[in-house]
Structures are given as C-alpha cells and as structure tokens.
Design a protein around this ligand. Structure first.
Ligand SMILES: NC(=O)C1=CN([C@@H]2O[C@H](COP(=O)(O)OP(=O)(O)OC[C@H]3O[C@@H](n4cnc5c(N)ncnc54)[C@H](O)[C@@H]3O)[C@@H](O)[C@H]2O)C=CC1
Ligand SMILES: CC(=O)C(=O)O
Ligand SMILES: [Mg+2]
Length: 371
C-alpha cells in the first residue's frame, strides 16, 4: 500500500502522524511511504531523517492525496483539503465528527473510508488512540488554567497552591477519565484543593483509592455542579461519551455564581465542549471572556507540546496503521473489532451512530459495510 503522511495545517499544530522510526516499520512491511515536505519539522524530524528511514518526500498535500491509498494526519482534514480526498481512499486521523457537520458531509461526499483515531475502542471500553493525547491535554489543562489565573492573563490572581498561611485555589475537574485524572494529578501536586466529578460510581471508587488526600471525588449532578461553581477558581471540562457530542453541563446562567476572573478550560471542546459558552479557539488566541470568566477552549492542545505528543501518539497509532496497511481496511476491520469501531463514514454512509444522530443522518451499521 502507499501510505501518505500529511503536514498538519491547523493553526500552530506541530505534531506529525508518523515518525521516521514508524516509517522504517512501514517500509519493513513492504509499504511505500510518502511524506509531505517538512511534515516532521515541528516535531523535530527532518526530511533527511524520513528519507534515511525509507520514505519519499513529496512537495504538496495534493500530491500526497493523489498518490496514497491511505493518508494519515493528526487533526481532521481542513476545508481546503476536502476536494483532494479521493473515493475509496483511507483517511486515518482524529475526526471528531459529531461536533463538525461540514466535515461529516464532506467525507460523505468524498466516498472515502474514514477511520477516526478517537473511536477505536478496546473490549474494556478504553480508547487506545485517544488516551495518549488525553494524558497530554489533561496535564496541560492544569498548566494553562494556572497560567490564566494570573492577572496579566485576565485571571483573578490566585496561585493554585496558595502559600504558607494563605489558602490554595479550588479546582473542579468534571469527568474523571484520562484527561480528568491527569489534570487532577497536576493540580493536586501543585497543592490545590481538587474536586473530581464523574457519573460512574466505580470510577469514583477507583479515584478515591488512588488520588491524594487533597482530591475529593464526588458524584456529578447539576445541583452539585452549581454548588461547586461558586467555590471554583479553575474548572476543567473533561467529560466524554465516546464519539458523541459532549453534554452541556455548565450553562451560561451558572457562570453568574462564579467569581470574576475564574478560568474554565474546556478540554472536551473537540467533541463540541461541555460548557454552553464554549467555542473552539486556537493556540494563537487561546482565550476569550464571557461574563467575566476566562474561557480556554483549544481543540488541539497537545499540538503545543509536539515533541512529547508526537512520540506518545505514534507509539499508539503505528500498530493499528500497520494492520490497516497490511490487510486493507476491510480485512483489518473484520479481524479486529477495535479498528472496526473507528469506522465513522464509509463510502458516503455514516457508520457511527452518535454522528448520524448528531445531524439527523441515516445510520448504517458497521456490519453491513464489512459484509
Ligand atoms: N482539546 C484537546 O486538545 C483534547 C481533547 N480531548 C478530549 O477530552 C475529552 C475527555 O477525554 P478522555 O478523558 O480521554 O475520556 P474518558 O472516556 O477517559 O473520560 C471521560 C469521563 O467522563 C465521564 N462522564 C461522562 N458523562 C459525564 C457527566 N455527565 N458528568 C460527569 N462525568 C461524565 C465518564 O464517566 C468518563 O469517566 C474528550 O472529548 C476528548 O476528545 C482529549 C485530548 C486532547
Ligand atoms: C484528541 C485531540 O483532539 C488532539 O490530540 O488534538
Ligand atoms: Mg475538530
């Protein structure tokens, strides 16, 4: 198979979908790898390193799309790429379709096979290609929240850990999954008072076992959220219903009980966001203010720490990419249910129920496209 690695074009996105080490593995499996010019530079990999690993450098994204059987990105294809995607081409990347109707329609029109990193799922419910970036984004959420609590950044001037004789800040983490536990670990380490909210009682039991004493896991409910909003200095949104649009848990009226200059970091923004007042921002202009509350809603947070993130992401994606390249998408999906669950749009049909539901489109079960 010919595998094409595209250069990321989202604002200040520095990750790349395959490292030179990954190219070596692909070439060893008898595949041809095309890498767009300078695709790896933001992550510290030169064209020469890719060539030494066996790749061919191509100049333009149009050439990558025109020649590849499977294209790999990190972030979703951008509007200027929609017309380059070919019928029957495999597109393997983060897609986050339930929050993005234009992209869903564009991929349907293209007739491509679109496999989303974020909905590939193991039998135990875990999301192996989302996990590494959730680890990065969770840790980063606390760092960004702490930075934006500084007054020059628009915040209320509270240091997360306080100092001897002065109380620490209160951090609320909504969603106690991978993003949530990583955010809370950092906030606890800095000495904040941390509440973690989740609706899954087993998860709350686990958090209660493993987290330090300054972390308080509590059952998530609207009244509890409303009560905690009044106390919060920093709120981190980290909920997920896999593949679906995020539920809006903090409504605009709830901002009125918050202290002015508090900070909301909506990590779930890639699935549409869990605060009613969230809208996606970029690393170039990451924050805006609503009713005196600072909002940070960057949809590709790990792109800012590209050297760590590219290695973490490609450790996870490569084994799946190799299976798809070795077997073709259909056999890879037939033999590995985890990959089949990544199928979101196939030959114009929406094969992920939550995406179809989000836009009132017809849903086609995966089994019928694999038959
Ligand atoms: N903005 C960015 O750059 C990035 C965003 N993300 C996003 O962060 C979000 C969280 O991802 P993960 O932590 O990996 O997911 P996860 O599946 O590990 O955790 C989600 C948690 O939310 C909980 N939950 C669901 N509904 C809830 C509710 N109503 N109230 C409270 N808790 C609820 C679940 O029980 C689960 O424990 C996803 O939308 C993911 O795509 C992940 C990485 C980077
Ligand atoms: C998961 C995701 O949206 C990201 O890594 O950018
Ligand atoms: Mg997106």
């Amino acid at each position: 198979m010919i595998v094409g690695i595209l250069k990321e074009i989202k604002v200040l996105e520095n990750r790349v979908a395959m490292t030179p080490a990954g190219v070596e593995v692909m070439v060893h499996n008898k595949h041809t790898v095309l890498v767009e010019n300078n695709a790896g530079v933001g992550s510290g990999f030169t064209n020469e390193e890719y060539v030494a690993a066996g790749a061919t450098i191509v100049e333009t994204p149009a050439e990558v799309y025109a020649k590849s059987d499977m294209v790999m990105h990190v972030k979703e294809p951008q509007p200027q790429e929609y017309d380059m995607i070919r019928k029957d081409q495999i597109v393997f990347t983060y897609l986050h379709l339930a929050a993005d109707e234009p992209q869903t329609k564009a991929l349907m029109k293209a007739g491509s096979i679109n496999i989303a990193y974020e909905t590939i799922q193991k039998a135990d419910g875990s999301l192996p290609l989302l996990t590494p970036m959730s680890e990065v984004a969770g840790r980063m959420a606390t760092i960004q929240g702490a930075m934006h609590l500084a007054m020059p950044a628009g915040g209320r001037g509270v240091l997360l850990g306080g100092v001897p004789g002065v109380e620490p800040a209160t951090v609320i983490v909504i969603g106690g999954g991978i993003v949530g536990i990583n955010a809370a670990k950092m906030a606890c380490g800095l000495g904040a008072k941390v509440y973690m909210l989740d609706t899954n009682l087993d998860r709350l039991r686990y958090l209660s076992d493993v987290m330090p004493a300054n972390c308080i896991p509590v059952m998530s409910s609207k009244p509890k959220l409303r009560e905690l909003m009044a106390e919060a200095d920093l709120v981190i949104g980290a909920v997920l219903i896999p593949g679906a649009k995020a539920p809006k848990l903090i409504t605009r009226d709830m901002l009125s009980v918050m202290k002015k200059g508090s900070v909301l970091v909506d990590v779930a923004i890639d699935q549409g966001g869990c605060f009613e007042t969230s809208k996606a921002t970029t690393h170039a202009e990451p924050t805006y203010e609503v009713d005196g509350i600072v909002h940070y809603c960057v949809a590709n947070m790990p792109g800012a720490y590209a050297k760590t993130s590219t290695l973490a992401l490609t450790n996870a994606t490569l084994p799946y990419a190799v299976q798809i390249a070795n077997k073709g998408w259909k056999k890879a999906c037939q033999e590995n249910k985890e990959i089949a669950l990544g199928l979101n749009v196939v030959h114009g049909k929406v094969t992920f129920e939550a995406v179809a539901e989000a836009f009132g489109l017809d849903y086609t079960p995966i089994a019928s496209v694999l038959a």
